[in-house]
Unconditional design. Sequence first.
Length: 112
Amino acid sequence: NVAEKSPIVRRSTVEDFVRLVAPFAPHVCEEIWARLGNNQSVTAAGWPKLDASKLVETTAEVIFQVNGKVRATAKVAKDISKDALLALAKAHPDVQKLIVVPGKLVNIVVAG
């Protein structure tokens, strides 16, 4: 989540959070809402609007296994091709055999 990594919380994020919590803690949320500089009641503000484009996953976490044991993971584009995954795995010099399941798994068999 981008908000968890940011040292700064945007005002719109705080306002949306206060709107969502208001039915459960109305008095505290009214106080916070007023301190944020809003003149109307938080109950009159309405619900936050949904941005459906932010719900779409564009990346997937791929697992790299060596001799059947997980050795690494990588975030890649969800629609990455099998050939591109193979190229990532083949970068290691000891690789003998690769088994690729696109978007999920790369199993690497190494020499020795």
